[in-house]
Every structure is written in C-alpha cells, then in structure tokens.
Design a protein around this ligand. Structure first.
Ligand SMILES: [Zn+2]
Length: 547
C-alpha cells in the first residue's frame, strides 16, 4: 500500500472527528474542579529554546514531563495543573549529555552524586574505555545499581583487561586456546550488558596484541550488536598507521569502529589531523562505519610510566620494571628512550610541558611541572635530566601526569568534523584531591562556552548533537539523546550566554557554570543551580540484552 492510499481514509475520518467535536462542544461540560484532577504533568519546562539533539535549529516550546518520560512537546502547554513549572526563558533546553568515554568507575561509588558531571549537563556516562573494564562486568554494574547514583551508567568490556585476565601482561601472541578463552570473556561481557569492546592498544597489555587478535575479539562484540572503540596504539609519530589499524579492525571485525579521544601528540606531528580525518572520510565513503570522539583540551592525561616509558620497560608488571631500572645498562637505554618521548612525543619538547597530576606517595608534587621537580633534585631542567627524574618518579611509585603536547588547530579541525562526538576521558574526581586534568570538570561546558559561543568553531545545535543524539545512536540508546515525546526525560537547561568551564590546569577543582536545571529520568538532579538529593540514575544495558 502506498502512502496516499493510507492517508485518504485517515483524512476523511479526521474530518468526521472535527465535525463531531464542533457539534458536540456546547453539550460537553468541562469539570469545574481542576483540583480534583491529578496533575497532567509532573513538570513543565516553559519558554525555552529547544535544541532537540538532532542538529536541527532551535525552536521555542514547552516540554511536559510525566514520570521518567517526555510526555508532551508543544508550542504552549497549559501548566495550571502541573506539579511544577520551570520558566526557561532565555535558556537552552537540550537532551542530557552522554559521555561515551568516562573513567568514572574510580569515583562513582565515593561520589555517587557526580556533581562535576551534573554541572556540565551530563546525564549518562559510559565506562570501560581504553581496553580497561572489570572482568566480569556484572558485579560492578550490580554494585553501582545498589549504591544508587545520579547519572545513568553503562560499560564497555575492555580488550586489555580480557587479555590480562587470560595471559597476564606479557608480550607474545595468544595460543588458540587462550584466544578462545578471550572470546568467551568478551561474549560474557556482552551478555552482561556491555555496549561493545574497547581497546587501549597504547597501554600494557593492549600494546602486545597483534591486530589480528583484536579483530577476532571485535567479531564477537560485533555479532552481538556492539561497537569497537579504541585508544589507538600510537597518537604521535605513527598516528596514521593507528587510524588505519582502527579502521581495519572495524572493517574486518564487521562492526562500527571509533577512534576515541582523537588527538595528534607531539610538535613534529601537528597538522596530521588533515590526514587522519581524510582516512576516516575515505573509510566512510567505502562503507566502513568509522567515527571519532574528542575532548576539547590541548593536553592529555595518563600515567607518567605509560606516557614516558616504552612498552618493553613495562612488560611483566611493576617488579619487572624496577629490575630493569636497577640494571645500569637497561636504565641507560631507558633514560634515552624517555628523553626521546619528552622531546618528540607526550613531553611536548619541554620538561615543563609535563605536569604531575597525582602522586600518592608524595602529594606535595601534585600539580608541579617535571622541570620544577628536576630542579628540586638539584639538576638543571634539561630533557636528559628530566628523563632521569621521570625514572625516579616511576621507582618511587609513579604518578599520573598531564602532557601539554597537542595543537589548538588540530583540536578545532577534529571538533568540526561531522563524525566527531564530544567525550571527556575524565571521571568523577574527589573534590580538592590531587591536580587532575580539567576535562573532568569542564569538557562539555568548554565546548558550549569556548568553542560555540566565544570562538564560533561550531554551532550550538551541532555541539549539542555531538553530545547527545550522536553518542546515543552510536551505542544504540534509542530512548535517550533526543528531546522527543515518549523518550526518557534526561534534560539539561542552561544559559547559552554564561555556560562555561572554570577548571584550569593550575586550578582544576572548579565546577562548570551556567547549568540551571538537569533532569535524569524525569527527576531534578540540579534545581536552579543547586544539587538535589535525587539518585535517579539507571544502569543501561547494551544491545545483546535486548534481543
Ligand atoms: Zn585513553
């Protein structure tokens, strides 16, 4: 049946209904006691500029919420019988944001309110990135469910964790039997609700994994409806090879593939985003579903050891690393390699481009630059001496670090690409503890403030799309990420003139500003700029639980 044939009778019956309504209207008496009725909506958000998440231009309208659901969107909703009316005049009403790359599992149980996320309008966080997840994932999901948290919460299953579980942190190929065990763990992860397979091929033990082995595991996740998301093997001098590898894994694994926190590290490599984006475009043109996510900062963050030591130095775990540092000849070799990484890659060419984020064994170092720490040791802050200091740091117990080695132009070029979504790579810090990367507090607000309003790099509607419907669609969340009747009421209301990040590399513990109201599953978690006690977050389960 074609559309016209279906429409004609529908139109005809509509006319009958209208006619009857007009004729009978005077005969119907409206109930004269509205107080006796249950409120038609629990909440009405009125007069906002609705940016619905699809990328379409904003429109003015009211949103009526009933329970956990968007019940009505219309130019005007009668709020007289609503439980509560919020006037959003001058404000943007958007879908709650979705962070597809979060390290929140370190903080979610200690800080279940996740205020850093709420003040950015983030209502859903997806954990298990960079190849690292609990194995199995179910006990962790159950623990978060029992704790009751504010944002919605889901997981990827991590390839590195799977390999570690089966083989340990060793540099060799898997046997057929080991590969089978790893397939089984990925399958279990998917059955338990993972949204796909993540990898961290830069890290130990992911870095020891041949591409073909990743493809085998990706196939399992893909057959069960999941995606592949990767912290690539190399984001510096070999970044093009890494993008090719990520595309190949999607293509041969038969599943959507994503370059996560895409960046170009190291001065000598700046500008290569032109080529990485071309590779993504070419892959998409031939039918590979390849996408990107990104955080809006020109510094990255990971451990000092992972960033400034070669993988071979970390094989076998901490004791093996310490042994290599005690042997004068391997220590010498290591120092040279660390100096190279400071000069050409994560170190950004200058020891002061390396900043210590958190040193549990000596918190007075938190926030200091590697050059400063080298000076404290009585050494000139040369690259070679800084390399020695870095090795000393690893010996003492290691620190997490921040690495200023990314170019603003690459950042903006990647942000503008239509296949790029926004994700934090942050987590839920303990307020005031250490000197974490400001992305924990500022990612989403920084895009809306700095890159939309101040620099006009992308339009507001496009930014919201990159934070809501795009990540939702990527992981198959069909009931969130767009403002539409019938979908879950995850909503962020903010002032487009004042929304901004406040966290800096020097003073990271500062919440974002400009977010007025946040709803998670229909409940207010941020009310007129104040956190509420509500904990409405749901555990979200991936595609294989829906079959
Ligand atoms: Zn990562």
């Amino acid at each position: 049946m074609n559309n016209d044939a279906r429409l004609k009778p529908a139109r005809a019956s509509l006319h009958v209904v209208i006619l009857l309504t007009v004729l009978l209207a005077p005969l119907v008496t409206r109930p004269s006691t509205p107080a006796a009725q249950a409120p038609s909506f629990d909440l009405v958000i009125r007069n906002g500029r609705i940016v619905d998440g699809t990328g379409s231009p904003w429109y003015r309208g009211d949103i009526g919420i009933r329970g956990d659901t968007i019940a009505r969107i219309a130019p005007r909703i009668d709020g007289t019988s609503a439980g509560r009316v919020i006037d959003a005049t001058g404000k943007v009403v958007a879908p709650g944001f979705i962070d597809i790359h979060s390290h929140a599992r370190r903080g979610i149980l200690d800080v279940p309110g996740a205020e850093n996320y709420m003040r950015q309008g983030v209502t859903t966080i997806i954990e298990g990135p960079d190849g690292s997840s609990p194995i199995p994932i179910k006990p962790h999901l159950d623990e978060v469910a029992v704790k009751r948290v504010t944002p919605n919460y889901g997981l990827f299953v991590g390839q590195g964790s799977v390999r570690e579980e089966v083989m340990g942190p060793v540099d060799r190929k898997a046997s057929a039997e080991e590969l089978d065990k790893m397939r089984g763990l990925v399958r279990q992860g998917m059955l338990d609700g993972a949204f796909g397979l993540s990898s961290g091929l830069f890290y130990v033990p992911g870095t020891f994994t041949p591409t073909a082995e990743v493809i085998e595991l990706a196939k399992v996740a893909g057959q069960m409806g999941g995606i592949y998301i990767s912290h690539m093997r190399d984001e510096a001098s070999h970044v093009l090879d890494s993008v090719k590898e990520t595309i190949e894994i999607g293509e041969k694994g038969g599943l959507p593939t994503q370059v996560t926190h895409h960046k170009i590290i190291g001065k000598g490599n700046w500008g290569r985003s032109v080529d990485t984006l071309r590779l993504i475009d070419e892959a998409r043109a031939r039918g590979v579903d390849a996408t990107i996510d990104q955080y809006p900062y020109t510094a990255s963050s990971t451990s000092i050891a992972a960033a400034l030591m070669p993988a071979w130095a970390l094989e076998g775990g901490r004791q093996a690393t310490l042994k290599r540092l005690q042997n004068p000849s391997s220590r010498n070799e290591l120092r040279n390699e660390t100096a190279r990484l400071i000069r050409d890659e994560r170190g950004g060419g200058d020891p002061n481009n390396v900043q210590l984020a958190r040193c549990n064994w000596n918190t007075s170092l938190d926030g200091k630059r590697l050059g400063e720490v080298t000076k404290i040791h009585g050494l000139e802050p040369t690259v070679e001496n800084a390399a020695e200091t870095a090795l000393w740091i690893v010996e003492q117990g290691g620190c997490s670090g921040i690495f200023h080695a990314i170019e603003e132009q690459d950042l903006q070029r990647i942000l503008k690409h239509p296949a790029t979504m926004v994700a934090s790579d942050g987590g839920i810090p303990i307020f005031g503890e250490g000197n974490p990367h400001p992305r924990n507090y500022g990612t989403f607000s920084r895009v809306l403030g700095r890159y939309v309003r101040d620099l006009k790099v992308i339009a507001l509607e496009e930014a919201v799309r990159k934070m809501s419907s795009y990540p939702a669609q990527r992981i198959g969340l069909s009931d969130r990420g767009v403002l539409r009747e019938g979908l879950k009421a995850d909503i962020a209301v903010f002032d487009p003139l004042t929304v901004a990040d406040r966290a800096t590399f020097e003073q990271p513990h500062q919440y974002s500003v400009g977010m007025s109201y946040v709803l998670v599953n229909g409940q207010l978690t941020l009310d007129d700029g104040k956190m509420t006690a509500a904990r409405p977050g749901k555990i979200l389960y991936g595609p294989s639980t829906k079959r």
